[in-house]
Design a protein around this ligand. Structure first.
Ligand code: ATP
Length: 238
C-alpha cells in the first residue's frame, strides 16, 4: 500500500540558501505524524512546499499516489490537503463565521458547508458563541481554534498544522492537542509541526526530527520520546 503523502528527497531553497536538504518521509492514512526540530530546521518550509506555496528545487511529493509538487496551491486544497499556518493568519476584521467560510473556498456544496460550520462549532463551542465577532478580538488560543476550524472547512483528507501550540497556555495547549486526537478519531490524517516535542510525540504515531534541513532521526512517537538524543536535545533533560 502506498502512503497517503510521500515526500521523497525534497530540496527547497530560498535563493542560494538551501533550507530543506533532501528529506524523505511519509504519512499513512489515519496517522498523526509529527515533524519536530528547533528554529530554522525547515519545518515550515516543508509544509509550505507541500501546500504548493513554494516550489521544490529537487525531489518529489505525492498525495494519494499522484505527484503534486507542480500543482497550484488552490488545486492542492481541492485535492484534500489543508494547512493551518504558523501564526494562524486569520483575518482580524472579518467575523469568526466569515473566516470559517473562507476555509471552504474551493467547495460548492453550500448545504454541506453549513453542516460543516456547525461541526466546527461543536468542536470549538466558543466559535459558535462568538460567531459574529471580529476574529481579531479573540485570544491567541481562540485564534488557534479558529485557524484549525477554518482548515477543517475544506474537508481535508490531510490536515497540516504548523505549531498549533505556539504562544498558548499549558491548559489551552492541552485542549488543542486533544482536538488533534479527536480529529484523528474522526478520520482526518494529520501532519503536525511542533517545537513542543513532548506534546507532539505523545500524540504521534510516527515522528521525524529535523536539524538544519535534514532528518536526523525517526521512529514512533514512543521510540522518540524514549530516545536519549531526543530527550537531551528537545526535552531539556541531561
Ligand atoms: P521555526 O520553528 O522557527 O518556524 P522552521 O523549522 O519552521 O523554524 P523554516 O521557517 O522552514 O524553519 O526556515 C528554514 C530556514 O530557511 C531558516 O534558516 C530560515 O532562516 C530560512 N528561511 C525561511 N523563510 C525564508 C525566506 N522567505 N527567505 C529566506 N530564507 C528563509
Amino acid at each position: 500500500m502506498t502512503a497517503m503523502l510521500e515526500v521523497n528527497d525534497l530540496h527547497v531553497s530560498y535563493g542560494k540558501i538551501e533550507a530543506v536538504k533532501g528529506i524523505t518521509f511519509s504519512v499513512d492514512e489515519g496517522q498523526v505524524v509529527t515533524l519536530i526540530g528547533t528554529n530554522g530546521a525547515g519545518k515550515t518550509t516543508t509544509l509550505r512546499t507541500i501546500s504548493g506555496l513554494l516550489r521544490p528545487s529537487g525531489g518529489s511529493i505525492s498525495f494519494q499516489g499522484k505527484p503534486i509538487h507542480s500543482v497550484a496551491a488552490h488545486d492542492i486544497v481541492a485535492l484534500g490537503i489543508a494547512h493551518s499556518p504558523e501564526g494562524r493568519r486569520i483575518f482580524p476584521r472579518l467575523s469568526v463565521e466569515e473566516n470559517l467560510i473562507l476555509g471552504a473556498f474551493a467547495r460548492k456544496d453550500q448545504a454541506q458547508i453549513r453542516t460543516d460550520l456547525h461541526a466546527a462549532y461543536d468542536l470549538f463551542p466558543i466559535l459558535g458563541e462568538r460567531s459574529k465577532q471580529p476574529a481579531g478580538t479573540f485570544s491567541g488560543g481562540e485564534q488557534q481554534m479558529l485557524a484549525m476550524g477554518r482548515a477543517m472547512m475544506s474537508r481535508p483528507k490531510l490536515l497540516m498544522l504548523d505549531e498549533p501550540s505556539m504562544g498558548l497556555s499549558p491548559l489551552m495547549m492541552k485542549r488543542i492537542m486533544s482536538t488533534v486526537r479527536t480529529l484523528q478519531s474522526q478520520g482526518t490524517t494529520i501532519l503536525l509541526v511542533e517545537q513542543n516535542a513532548q506534546a507532539a510525540l505523545k500524540l504521534a504515531d510516527k515522528g521525524y526530527v529535523l536539524e538544519v534541513g535534514s532528518i536526523v532521526l525517526d521512529g514512533t512517537g514512543q521510540e522518540l520520546l524514549a530516545s536519549d538524543d531526543v530527550r537531551k536535545a528537545y526535552l531539556g533533560e541531561d
